[in-house]
Design a binder for this molecule. Structure first.
Ligand SMILES: NC(=O)c1ccc[n+]([C@@H]2O[C@H](COP(=O)([O-])OP(=O)(O)OC[C@H]3O[C@@H](n4cnc5c(N)ncnc54)[C@H](OP(=O)(O)O)[C@@H]3O)[C@@H](O)[C@H]2O)c1
Length: 183
């Protein structure tokens, strides 16, 4: 495996008004009872998850995952934090420091399919530093009205290439973009 074959993907779910979390942090909005009859089933998405070999997340996302139910199994997880958090799981590592060094020096040489799963603060930093290859955003059929916005005020302009749009049977639409590299 070489640095050239690795990919960093931001993946998050958002409401149609582009919030990734309610103000009170509750997550019931992620479950949808909608039906889109012509939509794809979720089987392909489940296969895709098996190809992820490293997750990166901020400490708030990590603490929510511990509280709400750990969805990352035994896949290596890198948590960004400046605090000393308790290491409850063998597959979790904590990191504080230069994100370029983390991604270029440690993650890309070791992992092929690196998923940055939030939250907003971490996604914003990764985009601003040019560390991201792809963004996949799953639009949940709901307007939240308020909450934590998905990468607001990222501070740079970034052209995107739309790679794939998938509408699922439960009304979720996934937009998969590639970040266009500037010369
Ligand atoms: N809808 C979705 O798909 C989705 C996905 C993920 C999360 N969420 C939700 O989004 C919310 C959390 O998002 P958020 O933006 O508030 O927080 P976040 O990005 O999850 O975490 C922010 C924290 O990460 C740490 N951090 C960030 N950059 C760092 C760096 N360069 N070096 C060291 N530490 C760094 C800091 O932790 P310390 O303060 O510990 O130093 C910072 O306070 C939660 O409600 C979560 O459930 C939703």
């Amino acid at each position: 495996m070489t640095a050239h074959t690795s990919k960093v993907t931001i993946h998050m779910a958002a409401s149609l008004d582009f919030f990734i979390a309610r103000k009170d942090g509750s997550v019931s909005w992620l479950e949808t009872s909608d039906v889109y009859e012509n939509g794809a089933s979720f089987e392909d998405a489940e296969e895709l998850v098996k190809t992820i070999d490293c997750y990166v997340m901020g400490s708030r996302t990590y603490e929510d995952a511990l509280r709400l139910g750990w969805p990352y199994g035994d896949v290596p997880v890198l948590v960004l934090t400046s605090r000393s958090l308790p290491a409850d799981r063998d597959n979790v590592e904590f990191y504080s420091g230069d994100l370029r060094e983390l991604v270029g020096g440690r993650l890309r040489p070791r992992y092929r399919n690196i998923w940055v799963v939030g939250g907003a603060m971490v996604a914003r930093e990764f985009i601003r530093l040019g560390l991201v290859d792809d963004i996949r955003i799953s639009i949940i059929p709901i307007l939240l009205g308020d909450g934590t916005p998905f990468v607001d005020h990222v501070g740079i302009e970034q052209a995107l290439h739309l790679k794939v749009v998938t509408a699922f049977r439960n009304g979720i639409v996934e937009l998969w973009y590639e970040l266009r590299k500037t010369a």
